[in-house]
Structure formats: C-alpha cells, structure tokens
Design a protein. Structure first.
Length: 193
C-alpha cells in the first residue's frame, strides 16, 4: 500500500475558511483605521482653524489703538467699530511690520467679516480710506458669531458706546462651529489710553 503525501479536501477548505476570516478582520481593521484617521484629521483641522482665529484676533486687539479714521469722503469714523452686520469688527492697530524700513506708517486698519460661513480677516495698509487687501480666510463652516464688549465693568453687545472710552477693556467672541458647538474666546484690548 502506498501512502500519498498532501492535504485532504477538508483540510484545504478549513484553512481557506480561516484565511478568509483573518482577511475579513484585517480589512475591517484597516477600514476603521482609515475612517478614524480622517475623523481625527478633520477635528485637528477645525481645532487649528480656531487657534488661527484666536491668534489673529488676539494680536490685532492687543495692538488696537484709539486713532480715528477718515473715509474717502472725508468723514470721521471711530477707531473701533462693531457693526453687527457682515463686517463684525473693524479696528485701527499699531505694530505693522516694516522690514525694509519703507517710508510708511506702522498703523493699519483691520476688519473681520462673516461671509457665507467663512470668517475673514482683511487689512487696509492705509488707516484713512483706500482699498482693502485680499481676504484671509481664517475659518470655514462658521454658523454665527457674537461679540460682547466690557468697559468699566459694564458689558455691551455693540461698540462704540455713547458714554464710554474709544476702546473697550475686553472683547468676548463666540463662534458657532459645527464640530465643537459654541466656542467662546476672551481677549484683552491693548493700546494707548
């Protein structure tokens, strides 16, 4: 009697079943890993956008100064305005970088706008009139924003006030985000008083 070496059909079928189960588990694990990576990246991108907004607003408010502005028509305007419309906040700030020591002012006009769910920052090189520079999109997917201004211990939802200083002491910014819900940021306002 000769003995043949090899696997029986049942052994091959069992090994294929085990291999199939391991492959299915591997594909499931890989799919879950990729999905988790995409979710973490999206959350990280949203957190980075909030950090970008915070840094930008903090830098601008920290350099805010009481320097009124003139329009193209020669009308005087406030140094610090929160309109509540599409233009959320407009201010005059110091500290403009001048690396080439060009003959220009260190002041600039900064505006924050909410347009089509995008929080935008624009800068005008000249404080008085002139064209706005290209918009810098700080964050997308913004549902709404709210501002509150603190001055002399009183809180107001608009600025300027009729009986207060030109600049508030502090500003609270609330941004409605789809991922994190309402996010509140508090800032001190600098400048010469």
């Amino acid at each position: 009697m000769t003995r043949r070496e090899g696997f029986t059909l049942v052994e091959v079928m069992v090994s294929l079943l085990i291999f199939g189960l391991l492959a299915a588990a591997g594909v499931g694990l890989l799919t879950t890993s990729i999905t988790n990576r995409e979710v973490v990246k999206a959350a990280s991108d949203d957190a980075a956008a909030l950090l970008r907004v915070h840094r930008s607003v903090k830098a601008d408010l920290g350099q805010a100064i009481d320097r009124s502005v003139r329009s193209d028509a020669g009308q005087d305007g406030s140094a610090f305005v929160a309109s509540g419309g599409e233009a959320l906040l407009t201010l005059t700030r110091a500290g403009r970088v001048n690396p080439g020591q060009a003959d220009r002012s260190s002041l600039q006009r900064v505006e924050y706008r909410l347009s089509d769910g995008r929080l935008i920052r624009r800068v005008r090189a000249s404080v008085d009139a002139g064209d706005w520079g290209p918009p810098q999109v700080l964050m997308e997917g913004v549902g709404a924003t709210r501002l509150a201004f603190t001055s002399r211990g009183r809180v107001s939802n608009s600025w300027p006030t009729t009986d207060g200083p030109a600049l508030p002491d502090a500003v609270d910014l609330v941004i409605e985000t789809p991922r994190f819900g309402p996010v509140t940021m508090a800032f001190m306002v600098g400048g010469v008083r």
